[in-house]
Design a binder for this molecule. Structure first.
Ligand SMILES: [Zn+2]
Length: 136
């Protein structure tokens, strides 16, 4: 997964550790990085979920480490894709995303037929994290 940097070089998508308020480290955040000018950009599809996470942490969070790939479905998919192939391949990510989406849709069907509304809402949230990347 690549995009063009404003300096004209290519940015590659990878998983980075980012720091928030100097006390919280968030590992496994999808970030485009340029090796030429050292510019970093959070992947647009996870920006809103990441900023929600930071809002939840508040202005003075206690020191801790968060694994973004454990709280965000699509970041989790990326970390799975990254452990088996480098660099991250768009085709492999698309296939993994589709598999995971189908899995969640099956669970959603079960949750709906059980009338478990809380579980259903949680699954819908996870599905929107997976599909969020297509919106931006
Ligand atoms: Zn650059």
């Amino acid at each position: 997964m690549y995009k063009r940097c404003i300096c004209g070089e290519t940015m590659a998508l990878g998983l980075r550790k980012v720091f928030y308020s100097k006390t919280v480290s968030i590992a496994g955040v999808p970030v485009y990085a340029c090796s030429h000018c050292s510019r970093n950009e959070v992947y647009p599809g996870v920006k809103s979920d990441l900023s929600r996470l930071l809002t939840d942490l508040g202005a003075k969070p206690l020191p801790r480490e968060i694994r973004f790939d454990e709280v965000h479905e699509w970041a989790g998919m990326l970390s799975q894709a990254a452990s088996s192939s480098m660099p991250l391949s768009a085709a492999r990510i698309a296939r993994l995303t589709e598999e995971r989406t189908n899995e969640l849709l099956d669970l959603l069907l079960i949750a709906a037929s059980l009338g478990d509304l809380a579980w259903k809402r949680e699954l819908e949230g996870r599905l929107s994290q997976l599909n969020g990347q297509y919106i931006s």
